[in-house]
Design a binder for this molecule. Structure first.
Ligand SMILES: [Zn+2]
Length: 104
């Protein structure tokens, strides 16, 4: 299991799960308890998380995610991999091209 994405936007996480499923990539959603725990746990600690079932599909899954998230790209936080130059959304912590971690 590999964590792909997390967002406070629960509907977006479900949308991404459905879109990946249509490409033959199965994911499960963890922490989908944001409403039942509201007021008990800081909201950003219970963001719904999208987890990839089959890690061999990681590269394809991240590529699809990045394409789905293009409309969100106008916000700040994009980063470029120091090693291969690949551009990433801020929520990704490592390069899907070469695996390098983004340390800021
Ligand atoms: Zn890279």
């Amino acid at each position: 299991m590999k964590k792909l994405y997390a967002s406070a936007d629960r509907l977006l996480v479900y949308h991404l799960q459905n879109a990946l499923a249509s490409e033959g990539i199965n994911c499960v959603i963890n922490n989908d308890m944001i409403y039942s725990l509201a007021g008990e746990v800081p909201v950003n600690e219970v963001w719904p998380e999208l987890w990839l079932s089959d890690e061999s599909q990681l590269k394809k899954a991240r590529k699809i995610l990045s394409e789905l998230l293009i409309p969100l790209k106008c916000r700040p936080g994009l980063w470029h991999c120091r090693q291969c130059g690949e551009q990433h959304e801020s929520q990704f912590t490592e390069c899907w091209q070469c695996g390098l971690e983004n340390n800021g």
